[in-house]
Design a protein. Sequence first.
Length: 178
Amino acid sequence: MIQRARLERIAGAVEAANTGIGRAVAWLYPALVVLVLVHVVLRYVFGLNLIELEELHWHVYAAAFLLAWGYTYVADQHVRVDLLHANWTARTRAWVELFGTLGLLVPFALILAYYAIDFFWQSWAYAERSEMPGGLPARYVLKFVLLAALVLLAAQGVAVAIRSWLRLTARADGETDR
């Protein structure tokens, strides 16, 4: 059986990675505001509509949103039915998290990641770019971000399952909740 300390380290490493990535991509939002502001000024003040700027702010927004999924779960800021969750015991919450992550979240994220691999590779193989004249090249970068986001989310689901399992087994061993 894997030692509790090793499981703690695995969960901690995944949480640290998702937290670092989440904090890093949070800085994309102020950059996005500046980018949109520049685009609006260029378009409405100077009459310049640059497709590449418009697509760039779509891509920056998508990357920030996608890469923050794992961090949202670490920070416990994801959508949850608190009406039920708030009234459950710590043990019931741990069981629901364990089964919810391993039975729903992780398989869902991994199935989507499986299909996102082909989505990315086809885009890479064709050197996919925007259909718009003047649009951005390398659309495959954004498709890779989707794949990475799904893997990070699945990994965070595993970390949550580990934490839930450790809570459940700690209570079985006579330890108290932290």
